[in-house]
Design a binder for this molecule. Structure first.
Ligand code: SF4
Length: 704
């Protein structure tokens, strides 16, 4: 675009955050100063609206708190004392220290740590991935989000691709299962409202009374982590009452007879006992789902962080095939659109996964604390390189992570925009660009548009992008392979060099001109109306031989998490309340904006939601300060007493920086760093805690 009018230029770009909506935006620039940033009104999905988090993105860009120069630590780790140094000195020292670690322990003693500080194809993990693979560093398994849900859905229908989001407008029953759409998937909500206005019924399944639950026609509130039991109970009702689509099941599914036998274990009375729901509510939900056409289920993040996550997604994914919901538009399952982008773009050429030597050691990102403190880890982690991430806040078992970050013998580099809680422990903090200062290319996990992000202004201070950082560091370490020198524009062209039909008509020049372009998907998107699931059998697999081969139950089932009242009654006797730590997603994005005065003021203060039935016996009144604890840590904050949670469940927001939280501790001080039952993600929503009143009161925050 780049419309130049009277010295003013408008540059198209995209919001980089960990959010399915991937808003297209327009940046108005005068000279080298961005003076306005607003949503692109022409974008068909995001339609010119940014969320409350990002509306003032330029405050972030021009914040006086930005790190704009390389910094070297001068005080104790965590104290936040640094001195400014030149890039030349910083790169020299970092390259030297990395070489020393490699010489002493080998390259796997280096651990890169990153996640979704940006979700851009370039800046998230392209040049960095090539660089660390070339070094032979430990691989980071990035499974904090998404992977568990994808594994469960893929085991059932062979892919995460189902309905298109726009087709929810055609639905007549929409079940939003584990997703606070209004807050975390803002631009899907108008489509749901459109369906609602046309007569659709909206059901929310969520243990918490979120904004979305409050706006729904029906809120179903199971105990956390019991979603598979609910889905199995619904299936049991549907089959027992003959409400399933027998023809679709016969032609397009595998293992129905075995599933039927399994459903005998999940009669609605038992499902009710497992989920804490009323038997009648499970029966009503099953009947409504099976007898309304088209019927859609939208699944997202809420269930991903339980030990039972994969099986929950798997059980829910069976429902659309059971009732033949895939037959018509507006019916089926909506999970991620990312796989469509993944097929279209040339991700392999971009990320070059072949550079990682087979068998290279891997550390799961959920277990950073364990990796940094395990005395038996061989070789130990000698150097930690953090970018696009703030693990001191976002990683479970926070106190163990902080213990690891305090290690004197750990060399830590953090590439950041702000002095985060993680950066305070770094030996070197390197200044990172914001989204208006660098190139990127974006896919989306919530819609089907590819978006180009052009730098609107020159980088502030001495900030550089992640791609530029790893190009410079590679050169400083004497690595001169051409793939470590590729420019950002060439990287974008590499990603777009694809002959996949979905990318037909989308190239760099078109994106330069328009900012975004739709994937070229077939009209009348009905991928499984006549079967053809991309599973080994070509059918929706109620029974999966692939899972059986991995030693996993081939049928959907429900198993309680280890850290749950049913999984560990002894622990539950000490810590009787289940803690949920949902995102503070209205004003924070994970831990981003957790230091912004505007966002902190809007978010007010973190509080603990507790039901009156749990507050009363503990002598806790609304607004009183409480201590929430288990054997991993403790957090103090005000209580909000009410029915936003069900009895037995408490909730506090994640994303708050511990250094800026009342009492100096935040939600992840309490969360476990175990793995899910299939091993594909973290179980940090399975925390058990106890709560007590402490002296001194604090005013309760306003309701969300
Ligand atoms: S965080 Fe999400 S909704 Fe907000 S501007 Fe970014 S992409 Fe849009």
């Amino acid at each position: 675009m780049g419309n130049a009018t009277l010295g003013t230029t408008v540059i198209p770009g995209a919001c980089p955050h960990d959010c399915p909506d991937r808003c297209a935006w327009l940046v108005t620039v005068e000279g080298n100063r961005a003076v306005k940033l607003a949503g692109d009104p022409d974008h068909p999905f995001t339609r010119g609206t940014l969320c409350a988090k990002v509306n003032h993105y330029l405050d972030r860009v021009y914040s006086p708190d930005r790190v704009l120069h390389p910094l070297r630590r001068t005080g104790a780790k965590g104290a936040g004392a640094f001195e400014r140094v030149s890039w030349d000195d910083a790169l020299h020292e970092i390259a030297t220290r990395l070489r020393q670690v490699i010489a002493r322990y080998g390259p796997t003693a280096i651990l890169p740590y990153s996640f979704s500080g940006t979700q851009g194809q370039l800046q998230s993990d392209t040049m960095s991935g090539r660089f660390f693979s070339r070094l032979g560093a430990t691989r980071l398994e990035r499974t904090v989000c998404g992977s568990t849900g994808s594994a469960g859905v893929e085991a059932t229908i062979g892919t995460t691709v189902g309905m298109l989001p726009e087709d929810l407008a055609l639905s007549r029953l929409i079940i939003l299962w584990g997703t606070n759409t209004i807050v975390t998937n803002l631009h899907l909500w108008p489509i749901i409202r459109q369906a609602q206005a046309a007569g659709a019924r909206v059901v929310v399944v969520d243990p918490l009374t979120t904004r979305t639950a409050a706006a729904a026609d029906w809120h179903v509130r199971p105990m956390p982590g019991t979603d598979a039991a609910l889905a199995l109970g619904m299936m049991a009702v549907i089959v027992a009452e003959g409400l399933h689509d027998a023809a679709y099941v016969t032609e397009h599914t595998l293992g129905f007879d075995a599933l039927k036998d399994r459903l005998a274990e999940y009669r609605p009375e038992r499902a009710a006992a497992l989920t804490g729901l009323a038997t009648e509510e499970i029966i009503r939900l099953a009947r409504a789902y099976a007898t309304t056409r088209p019927a859609a289920i939208r699944v997202l993040i809420g269930m991903e962080h339980h030990a039972t996550a994969e099986m929950s997604f798997r059980a829910i994914s069976c429902l659309p095939a059971l009732i033949g919901a895939w037959r018509e538009r507006g019916g089926g399952l909506l999970h991620h659109t990312m796989a469509l982008h993944g097929q279209a773009l040339n991700g392999r050429a971009l990320r070059m996964p072949e550079l990682a030597a087979p068998g290279t050691r891997a550390v799961n990102m959920m277990r950073l604390g364990q990796a940094l403190t395990d005395p038996t880890l061989d070789p130990p982690i000698g150097a930690l390189f953090v970018y696009n991430s703030n693990p001191a806040t976002t990683t479970p078992n926070q106190n163990l992570v902080l213990r690891g970050l305090r290690r004197d013998d750990l060399f830590t580099v953090v590439h950041e925009q702000f002095l985060t809680d993680t950066a305070r422990y770094a030996d070197y903090v390197l200044p990172s660009t914001t989204e208006v200062e660098h190139w990127d290319l974006f896919t989306s996990w919530g819609h089907t548009y590819v978006t180009l992000n052009r730098p609107a202004i020159a980088p502030l201070g001495e900030a550089i992008s992640p791609t530029e950082l790893f190009r410079r560091l590679a050169a400083r370490m004497g690595l001169d392979e051409p793939y470590l020198r590729e420019s950002d524009e060439d990287l974008i062209k590499t990603a777009l060099r694809s002959d996949h039909p979905y990318l037909r008509g989308v190239d760099f020049e078109r994106l330069l001109a328009t900012g975004w372009a739709p994937l070229d998907l077939p009209q009348d998107w009905l991928p499984y109306a006549t079967g053809q699931f991309p599973t080994p059998s070509g059918k929706c697999e109620f029974s999966s031989a692939a899972l059986a081969a991995r030693g996993i139950d081939p049928l959907p089932t429900y198993l309680p998490a280890d850290e749950s009242p049913a999984g560990d009654p002894e622990r539950a006797a000490r810590y009787p309340l289940t803690l949920l730590t949902p995102k503070s997603a209205l004003h924070f994005l994970n831990s981003s904006y957790g230091n912004s005065p505007r966002h902190l003021a809007a978010e007010r203060a973190p509080c603990l939601d507790i039901h009156p039935a749990d507050a009363a016996p503990r002598g806790i009144a609304a607004g009183e300060r409480v201590r929430v604890w288990n054997d991993r840590g403790a957090v103090e904050l005000p209580a909000r007493v009410g029915d936003r949670v069900r009895p037995g469940v408490v909730a506090m927001p994640s994303g708050w920086w511990a250094s800026l939280s009342p009492g100096g501790s935040s939600a992840n001080a309490l969360t476990p760093d175990g793995m899910t039952l299939w091993g594909g993600g973290g179980d940090f929503h399975d925390a058990l805690v106890e709560v007590e009143r402490v002296s001194g009161a604090a005013p309760a925050p306003e309701p969300e």
